[in-house]
Design a protein around this ligand. Structure first.
Ligand code: S3P
Length: 176
């Protein structure tokens, strides 16, 4: 899909549960690129989880740190960078991501929810209040509505569901 990308960095953007980290890791392995996950970089450098940062410092501080991390990572050419779902909300982040190719992993709220439900949800401060399956799907629907215009700025879109069969694609197929 990406053809000859000549060492350019690849940024994966998309909603929580779209598989950015899993696909990113596989893609980096295939291309023999470095792999970075901005949430992981933040957690390692602060010694705190994303949830803790949201709780103790607030979302705004988290966003500032996310921007600094993206800025730092823009120095690496042969890299796959999986971003947090909200990274696309900042103009400054786009300025950094434009050094590379931006790929949007796009999926339906139901697909995202099925991947997040359970333990995964607790590590996402923006979703932790949503108890039932329906509440989680509605919350994701709302977020997707607000964010679609930003995700659409990506250079490439990869759908999580097969357009004809509706089947959800495995990370292996998406990164291949
Ligand atoms: C967020 C997504 C999370 C994380 C934070 C905020 C968002 O990353 O950065 O909880 O605003 O969508 P993932 O997309 O990797 O879950």
């Amino acid at each position: 899909l990406l053809g000859d990308i000549g060492g350019t960095a690849i940024y994966l953007v998309g909603m929580m549960g779209s598989g950015k980290s899993t696909v990113g890791r596989l893609l980096a392995e295939t291309l023999q690129y470095r792999f970075f996950d901005t949430d992981d970089v933040i957690e390692k450098s602060l010694g705190a989880t994303v949830s803790q940062v949201f709780e103790e410092n607030g979302e705004e501080v988290f966003r500032d740190i996310e921007t600094k991390v993206l800025q730092e990572l823009s120095q690496y050419a042969r890299s796959v960078i999986s971003t947090g779902g909200g990274a696309v909300l900042s103009r400054e982040n786009w300025g950094n991501m434009r050094h590379g190719i931006v790929v949007w992993l796009s999926g339906k709220p139901e697909t995202l929810a099925s991947r997040i439900q359970g333990k995964e949800k607790d590590s996402r401060p923006l979703l932790s209040g949503e108890g039932s399956d329906d509440a989680l799907v509605s919350r994701l629907e709302g977020m997707l509505e607000d964010r679609t215009k930003f995700y659409e700025e990506a250079d490439l879109v990869v759908d999580l569901e097969d357009a004809e069969t509706g089947e959800v694609l495995s990370p292996e197929r998406m990164s291949g």
